[in-house]
Design a protein around this ligand. Structure first.
Ligand SMILES: [Zn+2]
Ligand SMILES: [Zn+2]
Ligand SMILES: [Zn+2]
Ligand SMILES: [Zn+2]
Length: 283
């Protein structure tokens, strides 16, 4: 009976394959498919919800669909759209709602998105050496980087700062080094500065950003299979539903326990605790 939970037969996997999407070279096509998949309702039905499986390969495409919506509506760069979406837990509808309620400026500043129209210095046209206000070294303008918030420091200091934050597990929200500055650093700058010195740490940074789509998202969760199948499930509609991953694992999306309808999650939790306590007493 061990093989009926986590390991579906190969025919089952093949049978479901064309219902899900995999990443290929044509990211655009894939992104379209993700949307199509959600719109067509080709998903598993749970009472008021539809769900779709996000494989490791389609994670990037799924994330791009949401990024693109925000980039288009608010005319933002990918980095700024990501900062906004991470702050609002990848809930695109919520971002649009809040935009109506609060207006662009408040929406942005609460998410740590600071865009300074007039930069303080023009690094490209300057040739005098700069003094970095952190390490007090004199460096050439080419070794200085300015963030969107207008603060600039030497690349060495930025790199150190990024590495400390990535190692601390704070990749998704690396703030500017300036005291009291709330701005989130541009991921492209983080990527390029870190990768020149520590490609392995840059890879980790990349993975954290990608996985934020699952970990900072109320509508997407990792499949709770053990050993982990690598998939995540995305739900549209009611999150109190039961579903099945393509690996065969059936679970409650809300509490991630095994499927337990018609019991509520709280009742199920209590029942499991009771069984556990009783077995302790017997032993
Ligand atoms: Zn410095
Ligand atoms: Zn700053
Ligand atoms: Zn699974
Ligand atoms: Zn539950």
């Amino acid at each position: 009976m061990a093989d009926d939970v986590d390991s579906p037969s190969s025919s089952e996997v093949e049978g479901t394959e064309d219902r899900y999407f995999y990443l290929s070279d044509q990211e655009d096509d894939i992104a379209e498919n993700v949307l199509q998949d959600l719109e067509d309702g080709q998903q598993e039905d749970c009472s008021w919800s539809v769900s779709s499986v996000i494989t490791k390969e389609s994670l990037l495409a799924a994330q791009k669909v949401d990024l693109r919506k925000v980039m288009e509506l608010l005319a933002l760069s990918e980095h700024n759209a990501r900062t906004l979406l991470i702050h609002y837990r990848w809930d695109v509808e919520r971002v649009f709602e809040l935009l109506e309620q609060k207006g662009k400026d408040r929406l942005f500043s609460e998410a740590g998105l600071t865009i300074v129209e007039n930069k303080m210095i023009d690094l490209s046209s300057c040739c005098d050496p700069f003094t970095c206000s952190i390490c007090f070294e004199e460096v050439s303008p080419t070794a200085v980087t300015e963030m969107d918030c207008g603060h600039y420091y030497c690349n060495e200091c930025w790199t150190e700062h990024f590495i400390v934050k990535i190692n601390d597990g704070q990749s998704r929200r690396i703030r500017c080094m300036a005291p009291k500055c709330n701005a989130i650093c541009d991921e492209a700058i983080v990527r390029s500065l870190v990768s020149t010195r520590h490609p392995d740490i840059a890879d980790r940074f990349e993975r954290f950003l990608l996985e934020s789509y699952i970990e900072d998202n109320n509508k997407v969760k990792w499949c709770p299979s053990v050993p982990h199948c690598g998939n995540a499930i995305r739900v549209v509609g009611d999150i109190y539903c039961e579903l099945e991953c393509i690996c065969g694992k059936q679970f409650c999306f809300s509490c991630l326990s095994e499927a337990h309808s018609p019991c509520s999650c709280i009742m199920w939790e209590r029942w499991k605790k009771k069984c556990h306590d009783e077995s302790e007493t017997v032993n």
